[in-house]
Design a protein around this ligand. Structure first.
Ligand SMILES: [Cu+2]
Length: 132
């Protein structure tokens, strides 16, 4: 009787282990993949002053929703990314905020497109969108 009960107990444990452990392992790897692939929201604050963008290097994953807050600090500037058809004005003492979905992978230049001040041509930065 005692032997049967112990045997039944072991079988029950084995069955529980098979039921609980295996699906959990699979579930957690599925969840990890989902986290890895789910579009995220990314926010960057960029100071625009002295003919430069700070930071001047942004890195996101493809399909992330990217929110940029540009803070103008000295004179009027612009912020443009041709491939994403983004062209914004950044005025001194003001913030320009906007969002876009980074649906194209690659490395893209951003720059100030104002032509009145020749120094604006030196204003450059890079957006890297890693492919999913
Ligand atoms: Cu400028």
């Amino acid at each position: 009787m005692a032997l049967t009960r112990r045997h039944a107990g072991q079988s029950l444990l084995a069955a529980l282990a098979a039921l609980v452990c295996t699906p959990l392992t699979r579930l957690s790897s599925v969840r990890l993949q989902a986290q890895d692939q789910a579009p995220r929201r990314r926010e960057f604050r960029i100071a625009v002053r002295n003919y430069s963008f700070t930071p001047d290097h942004l890195e996101v994953a493809q399909d992330d929703v990217v929110r940029l807050e540009l803070r103008g600090e000295d004179q009027p500037h612009g912020f443009a990314i041709d491939e994403y058809r983004i062209s914004k004005r950044v005025l001194p003492g003001q913030e320009a905020e906007f969002e876009f979905r980074a649906d194209r992978a690659g490395t893209f230049a951003f720059y100030c497109g104002l032509t009145a001040d020749p120094n604006c041509r030196t204003m450059r930065g890079t957006l890297v969108v890693r492919p999913r």
